[in-house]
Each structure stands twice: as C-alpha cells, then as structure tokens.
Design a protein around this ligand. Structure first.
Ligand SMILES: *[C@@H]1O[C@H](CO)[C@@H](O)[C@H](O)[C@H]1NC(C)=O
Ligand SMILES: *[C@@H]1O[C@H](CO)[C@@H](O)[C@H](O)[C@H]1NC(C)=O
Ligand SMILES: *[C@@H]1O[C@H](CO)[C@@H](O)[C@H](O)[C@H]1NC(C)=O
Ligand SMILES: [Cu+2]
Length: 676
C-alpha cells in the first residue's frame, strides 16, 4: 500500500516518473529541467485543513522542459487523473542549468581544437589536455548572444597532478559553450596574455599535508553520545518533525533546497502557528572586477543551478556528531529518469551552552540550564564554493538560519608584476581572487497566530527633546521608534547599524497580556552589506531582491522565485520577480497575508588564509519571539543545577562547595538526579 503524501511533501520518485511519462506521451523528445511539486494553493490547503473531510489538495507536478531545438515549455501534470493540465511555450527564457549540463562541458572543451590552441599559448602542452579542467558557469547575460541561445561559460584551470587544487592554476581565456549543440561557439581571449603559473603546488588533501610535515598530534578525542537516542520524533509521512514544542514539515526542492512549512510552537498546550513557509529563495554572488569578461561572474546559485540540484549526499560526509537522521531527495534527470540523492538533509541535536543562569550573590543560590538546539542541514557545492545551510531551532522559540561558507575561492591568473588595482587579492603568488559578495534572500511567509500580519521597522532613537528640557532634562532618554510599513514601496528598507535596525513581523490583532504589545517575531540580522554593483548595472537589474535589505509583498501563490521564474541569461530588462510584483509600490501590506524577503550576506575581500581551501566563515541571523510569549518559554527545560535560597539555608555552607558544583555541571546527563 502506498502512503498518501502530505500535500507539502516533495514529489516521490514514482510521482516524478508518472509526470515524465505523461509528458512523454505527447512530447517524446524533450529534456526535463524541472519536475517539481506544484505546491498546494493556499486557499485549497486552508479549506482542507479546516475540514479534513473536504477535498484534499491535488498532487500536481510542475514541469519545465526544453526541446532539442531549444524551445522551452512549462507544464502542469495532474498526478491524480493523471493528465497534462497546462502546456505553454515560453519564449525568450532559459530553464535552470542541470547537473548533467554542467558535467558535459569538460569533455567538450578538451577536444576543441581552438581551445587546445589557446592552452598551448598559455603554456600547456597539447598532450596535457586531460589535465585541463572546466568549471562550467552560467554565462549571466552576454549581449552578443542574448537569451535565445542556451549558453554557459567555461572557467578553465590546469591540474599538473590530478590531486592538485586546480584553483591555483587558472587559465586566462574563457570558452563559451552551447550545451544543446555540445560545442564551443566562441572564446573570449584577453588582450594581455597571462601564461599559466608554474609555481609549486599548495594543496589541502591528506597526502599533501603528510608531505608537508603531517597533521597535528595534540588533539584528544571528544565523544558525543546520545545513549537514549534523539529527542525529536517524526510523524505523518515522515517529514513532520516534533522537538521541544516545535513542529514543522520539512520539504525540499531542486531550487531552494530545504523548505519549511507550517512551523508551529506548542505553548503550554496551545499549538500556535508561526510561519506558513520559510526558505532561502535565492542567492547571487556578484564579483567586483570590471575587466572584461569578469563582469559576467555573478551566479544566481539557486535560480540558475538550484541549491537542491547542487546538494551534497551527506552519506559522503556531513561531519555532524551524535545521532543523525537523514532525508533523501529525488530529482529528474534530463532524460526523465530519477536521480536519488541519498541523505540530502541531515537532522541532529547539539548541546548549545548556557540557556540561562543566575546566581544570587547573597547566598550563592543558583540556577543554570543548558540549551540544546535542533539543526536541519543541507550542504551544496556551487563549483568552487560550498554552502552549509544549517537551520537551527532553539528551545526558547528562536529560529536561527546559520550559514557557513567554505570550499575554494574562484581565482584568475596574474601576469608578472601585475597590479590587482584593488579588485582582488594575490592569494598565492601569481593567482588572484577577485572581490565579491554572497547575497542570500530569505523568504518568510509568516502566520503569527493567524494569516494577517504586518511588518514594523524598529530603530533605537535618542529622544528629540533637548538636554535640559523637561522631557529629557539629563539627556539620557531613548526609545524604540516603530515605523509600520504600509505599502510595498515603503517596505523597501535598508539595514542601519547605527540604530540597530530590526524588523518585527506582527499580528496587530493579538496582544501580549503582559506588555500590551502585539505578538511578533523580530528579524535580527547584522550582516547586511548593500549590493555594491551600481544602480543600472547588469547585476542590479537582474537581482532586484538585492537592492534592499527588506522587501514585503502581499502573499500570492506562485510568487516564490524572487529573481523570476527562469533566471539563466536574463538581462534584467524588463525586470523580473520581486521588482515586477511590487510595480508602482502602492499595494497595502498591513494586516494581510504577507511575504517578507530579507537579503543578507557578506562582502568577501579574499586573503591568503582563504587559500587553498577556506576555513568556514559563518553568517547568522535570528528570528526571535518578541511579545509572543508571556514569559521566558524555556523555563521548563530541566536545569543542570538549581538550588534555592531556602535549600541553601537548610543545607548550610557545605551545599555550596564550589568543586561539587563544577563537577555536577560537567556531568551533563541531566535528569532529576542531578538536581538538588
Ligand atoms: C499545521 O500543523 C497543525 C498540527 O501541528 C495542524 O493542526 C494545522 O492544520 C497545520 N496547518 C497547516 C497550514 O498546515
Ligand atoms: C485578513 O485580512 C483580510 C483583508 O486583508 C480579510 O478579508 C480577512 O478576513 C482577514 N482574515 C482573518 C483570518 O482575519
Ligand atoms: C557523573 O555522573 C555519574 C552517574 O550519575 C556518577 O557516577 C559520577 O560520579 C559523576 N561524576 C562527577 C564528576 O560528578
Ligand atoms: Cu566568498
């Protein structure tokens, strides 16, 4: 008996196969770029939830295919009938680049006579072509070719030894690849040539480290054990997880990777909805070197390749400790087979230091409670970079998207005595890594105690009353200035570190009984560089979401893809995605179903420490309950140690022996036994 999927579940392998077979009946020769869950329409979902006896939202697959001649079609396959419900030709767009297209470039490059000729000019013997590697990149947008012809750019490297980190030997020219014809159609060759650098290798793999003197020997083991297993539980179809009052559904798709639906918190018996849907919707990595053709380096890793398609199988190393649970992912291949990524998502708990502590200085009576966190993680590799996306849930109602950037810098070759002009850093003699940004876009469709929410921007502000005036006699007064964002235009707001700017998602109809303030979740995000590409630039036009820290739009089914439905080779004219949805900016976004889009990230000026492999750089942000609970919601987490003043008085000084306390804390197996 097959399990009836939850409406939010990703398409199963069988559903993908069914969708493919329905499409193939009518269109046998197409290549499958997308076969993905067409998410349940919210109105249908809500109606079904309100009355489980009513019609369950249909399982529908959305399909994007390309014909051998390059025509793109979008379709919807009703998986229940089953039948093709919608089939439309889309002109002037290119579908997402698939892993197979990425993999096909290298072979084609190595056998192309013109590429071989350029390799020889770069100083690579023609018989060494098997040592030339290609990182296949989106071409971004190249005005010579436009959008109609499907293309990629091949960033080339040399690996004298197969185990070398190739990024230390970049080549100076760039072939343009047509994945449909499977051939090189042009080569961009710089005016000033830069031969391949023949410097001694700096490598990071274990054989190289052993050659360089070996590994550190002073690390003693740390054991992390969960003798009684994990504290979370799955229910339903196996994708709904419950942990420490949290409950949510974990989805996954080719584009965003992990998607959360229906995040709720059980507040002393009342299940309170928090977010209807949450994901990273897009990211862009614009590079800052103006020299042609480096301006084309600004990959949209989600919209152009897909964080799901690029995701690692964590069976090959997730490096989490303790008891780990995994979820797999199924994707279509270009020919319509199913590709399973085993262990695409890993789920585990970690100790998280102190949750809260207080000691009364008078008598030493103390409470200290350790925190635990739940991590739902995926790691994806976008050519040279890896992104570890760890969605972290805390016991106090906080959600913390925690992202680590690691992997390898994208590099380029320098010529003898070349000045980088400030646009990059010589990370190894002769190898430059260009300045760039990593800008992510978090998408939240909130549901704070109900669907109708608003967003308020909060700035810490000095009282305007002058020093010496009756309202601010001593000049120390300050308050939180609250600006309610009324329209989509007004909601285009930017970070301001000087006022500690945050944004509250609020339900104005639900008031906290203690503070008298509306219930809210606060977005606290402090790594928010502005987009450095100028207004009017190609990146600025294509990545409308990156122009501001926060955008708010009214919820609409199908407004998921913030940089447009089909991102490869867009010119940004006309602008797609959020800029299009916002239009003239007059739509009201108060007390209604809204989506908050938050762009955050880092500006990366590389340095030698980032090379040849980068120690992980963390980026973090918080979604914190504010006026949502009536008091600290985590006080019922069992403490490691708690002794009250009356217990101290009864036991006398001996109860407070310091070493005793320390050993008890160190003994973290907390149950009632370790409390006094
Ligand atoms: C969310 O989950 C709760 C159970 O935890 C359920 O009652 C509710 O209907 C779900 N809502 C949505 C929107 O899926
Ligand atoms: C939400 O607000 C809309 C108006 O934007 C209103 O029609 C609807 O009834 C409200 N829903 C709830 C659950 O309050
Ligand atoms: C830790 O706990 C174990 C079992 O409860 C106990 O046997 C041991 O003595 C404790 N160790 C310390 C240092 O308190
Ligand atoms: Cu970087």
């Amino acid at each position: 008996m097959s399990i009836v999927p939850h409406p939010f579940d990703p398409l199963s392998a069988q559903e993908i196969e069914l969708a493919v077979s329905i499409v193939k009946k009518a269109h046998s020769d197409v290549r499958f770029h997308v076969v993905n869950l067409h998410e349940p329409r919210k109105a249908e979902m809500t109606a079904w939830l309100a009355n489980r006896g009513s019609r369950r939202p249909k399982r529908v697959a959305e399909v994007v295919v390309q014909s051998p001649t390059g025509t793109v079609y979008e379709g919807l396959v009703d998986l229940e009938t089953p039948k093709l419900d919608k089939w439309v030709q889309k002109d002037g767009v290119q579908p997402v680049i698939t892993p197979e297209e990425l993999a096909s470039v290298e072979h084609g490059i190595r056998t192309d006579p013109k590429v071989i000729e350029q390799c020889v000019i770069s100083g690579i013997p023609a018989e060494d072509m098997h040592k030339v590697y290609s990182d296949p990149w989106t071409i971004s947008y190249d005005e010579r070719f436009g959008t109609d012809r499907r293309l990629q750019q091949a960033l080339l490297y040399y690996r004298p030894d197969i185990d070398n980190c190739q990024y230390q030997y970049p080549l100076d020219f760039c072939p343009i690849w047509d994945p449909l014809k499977e051939k090189v159609i042009a080569i961009d060759i710089p005016k000033v040539r830069r031969p391949v650098v023949k410097s001694p290798a700096v490598d990071y793999h274990h054989l190289a480290i052993q050659r360089q003197g070996g590994y550190r020997t002073d690390l003693k083991p740390i054991q992390i054990t969960q003798p009684q297993g994990v504290s979370f539980e799955f229910s339903g179809t196996g994708r709904e997880i419950e942990w420490q009052n949290w409950k949510f559904h974990i989805g996954f798709n080719y584009r965003e990777g992990i998607v959360f639906n229906n995040i709720t918190f059980n507040d002393k018996g009342t299940v309170r909805p928090i977010f209807y849907r949450m994901s990273i919707a897009e990211m862009v990595v614009p590079y800052g070197n103006p020299e042609y053709p480096h301006h084309r380096k600004h990959a949209f890793d989600l919209g152009e390749y897909g964080a799901g398609y690029l995701t690692n199988s964590l069976s090959l190393g997730c490096d989490c400790k303790g008891a780990i649970y995994y979820l797999d992912a199924d994707f279509p291949t270009l020919s319509g087979q199913v590709r399973k990524v085993k262990n695409a998502i890993c789920i585990h708990e970690e100790d998280n230091g102190i949750l809260f502590k207080h000691t009364d200085f008078r008598d030493g009576s103390t409470i200290v409670t350790r925190a635990r966190k739940l991590i739902v993680q995926q790691i994806f590799t976008a050519a040279n970079y890896e992104y570890a996306i760890a969605w972290t849930f805390h016991q106090d109602g906080t959600i913390q998207p925690d992202i680590k950037l690691t992997g390898i810098l994208n590099t380029y070759v320098m010529h003898e005595g070349e000045d980088t002009m400030g646009y990059g850093t010589e990370v190894k003699k002769g190898t430059v890594a260009h300045n760039h940004q990593h800008l992510f876009c978090l998408r939240i469709n909130p549901n704070l105690d109900g669907q109708n929410n608003s967003v308020v921007m909060v700035d810490a502000e000095r009282s305007p009353a002058p020093v010496g005036s009756p309202d601010n006699y001593y000049g120390n007064a300050f308050t939180a200035r609250r600006t309610r964002l009324e329209t989509t235009a007004q909601a285009m707001t930017d970070y301001d570190g000087t006022t500690g700017r945050t944004w509250d998602i609020v339900n104005e109809k639900k008031i906290n009984s203690q503070s008298g303030k509306p219930v809210s979740y606060k977005l606290v995000s402090r790594e928010v560089p502005g987009l450095l590409a100028k207004p009017g630039s190609l990146v600025w036009k294509r990545a409308g979401f990156a122009r501001h820290t926060v955008h708010v739009t009214k919820y609409r089914d199908d407004q998921l893809w913030v940089a447009g439905d089909h991102v490869p080779q867009t010119s940004g004219e006309p602008t797609k995605g959020i800029t299009e949805w916002i239009g003239d900016g007059t739509e009201s976004i108060t007390n209604t179903d809204i989506v908050l889009w938050h762009t955050f990230g880092i500006t990366h000026f590389p340095s030698p420490e980032d090379f040849p492999i980068m120690p992980a750089e963390p980026i973090t942000l918080l979604l914190r309950p504010r006026h949502f609970f009536t008091c600290n919601p985590a006080m019922d987490v069992p403490p490691s140690y708690s002794i009250t003043p009356s217990q101290v008085a009864a036991k006398g000084k001996g109860a407070l022996d310091a070493t005793d306390r320390i050993s008890k804390l160190a003994n973290d197996t907390c149950g009632s036994t370790c409390r006094l």
